[in-house]
Design a protein around this ligand. Structure first.
Ligand code: S3P
Length: 431
């Protein structure tokens, strides 16, 4: 159990945000599939990305890591070697789902296993559309891990997704790389497009149509090793963006944050709620990036519906926390995907808000939150429930609570942000 900090004087200072988790995973995967060396700078050495790194080492890829620098000797899909044991995906849904697509075109079978949380998460959303590419995957009868991907010839396909998921889309794109001919993948709603951007950087022929939903990809490209400089993770920056907004007397600057529009939903939503955030964009192509200055502000409630969800999917617990300090009511709907994340984030977030004495109504696809000026803590002992993002949301909530708060199962935070408490302390020093 960890004692959490109270920021009586607000938070102040400048912080460089650690590398993006989604981009770090993809740099390892696409680097392994390319010919020649790939160098990754500002790699996120969180547990999830290390699960991806170890999986490729187990597949025979030479990878060296020194802190946040990684060198991969790419060997192409046909250069991967059959592992002699199941690959351990740890807690990582991204590793599992993208690997399901990537391993489709090998000439061997691979079994994937994972921790108790990952074993509960749905995998048919990937295995079913992959069947259209002729790929055979065997899951448990409930469609979960452990599963086996039977690598073999992959055929080009045209697939329409029935769930808004970048992981599913990316799995299909990675499978399509092995297929001779052109594949077409149509999304339900636009989701994060890091796989598309990176595949283009490595030399793949891939186009997104004007509808922003239809992606055409040519199979069997020659991918060439690249240097990838990973921008800071918007999902990590978001914790401090909300903290500085809701705690009076705060002013912070977050540098090197990824500003890919498929990830900036939290920025738009906070601005819509009345936040004071200035954006200074430093790189305007590929994975856009820049610096954000955030000052305390009074928020008001808003309505958030399905089309806005994919760009803010991982930050919705933070939106709920911001809503708990806002004037009026905030309604989040169309967010049923939250139920199949590391935890059921609708239930775990409702639990956390009720511990703070906030009035919240749970819906199958979201929640309605009535904000209040000062919380009336009912239970000061938070639990991450093994969910990294829930743990960090609890730590941000504690900054504003006038009584001492604690966090159980705080270890989960290292899954995506190993230096979170150090970075938070840095911003709280003047407080
Ligand atoms: C991710 C996609 C999202 C997100 C996850 C990372 C990715 O998942 O929640 O944290 O890197 O592609 P879904 O595709 O399931 O929405």
């Amino acid at each position: 159990m960890q004692a959490l900090t109270y920021a009586s004087q607000g938070i102040q200072g400048t912080l460089t945000i650690p590398g993006d988790k989604s981009i770090s995973h993809r740099a390892l995967m696409i680097g392994a599939l390319a010919e020649g060396q790939t160098e990754i700078e500002n790699f996120l050495a969180g547990q999830d990305c290390l699960s991806t790194l170890r999986a490729f080492q187990d597949l025979g890829v030479e990878i060296e890591r020194q802190e946040n620098r990684v060198k991969i000797q790419g060997c192409g899909l046909q250069g991967l070697k059959a592992p002699d044991h199941p690959l351990d995906m740890g807690n990582s849904g991204t590793t599992t789902r993208l690997m399901m697509g990537l391993l489709s075109g090998t000439n061997f079978a691979t079994t994937l296993s994972g921790d108790e949380f990952l074993q509960k998460r749905p995998m048919r959303r990937v295995s079913q559309p992959l069947a259209e590419f002729g790929v055979k995957i065997e899951t448990t009868p409930t469609g979960t891990l452990p599963l086996t991907v039977y690598g073999g010839p992959v055929k080009a396909a045209k697939v329409e997704l029935t769930v808004a998921s970048a992981q599913v889309k990316s799995a299909l794109l990675l499978a399509a790389l092995s297929a001779p001919g052109t594949s077409v993948i149509k999304e339900l709603l636009p989701t994060r497009n890091h796989t598309e951007i990176m595949l283009r950087q490595f030399g793949a022929q891939l186009e997104t149509a004007a509808d922003g939903l239809t992606i055409t990809v040519k199979g069997q490209p020659q991918l060439k090793g690249q240097k990838v400089i990973v921008p800071g993770d918007m999902s990590s920056a978001a914790f401090f963006m909300v903290a500085a907004t809701i705690i009076p007397h705060s002013e912070i600057t977050l540098t090197n944050v990824n500003l890919n529009p498929t990830r900036t939903g939290i920025l738009s939503i906070l601005l819509q709620m009345g936040a004071d955030i200035t954006v200074h964009e430093t790189i305007q192509e590929g994975e856009r990036r820049g610096d954000l200055t955030v000052r305390s502000a009074k928020l008001h409630g808003i309505e958030i519906g399905a089309p806005a969800i994919p760009a803010v999917i991982d930050e919705l617990p933070l939106v709920a926390l911001a809503a708990a300090c806002a004037q009026g009511v905030t309604e989040i709907r169309g967010a049923q995907e939250l139920r199949v994340k590391e935890t059921d984030r609708i239930t775990t977030m409702v639990t956390l808000l009720r511990q703070l004495g906030v009035t919240v109504q749970e819906h199958p696809d979201g929640m309605t939150i009535t904000g209040r000026d000062a919380w009336q803590v009912v239970d000061p002992n938070f639990d991450s429930f093994g969910d990294h993002r829930l743990g960090m949301v609890a730590a941000i909530a504690a900054l504003k609570s006038s009584i001492p708060m604690n966090l159980k199962n705080e270890d989960a935070i290292a899954i995506s942000y190993p230096t979170f408490f150090q970075d938070l302390d840095h911003l709280c020093q003047k407080g």
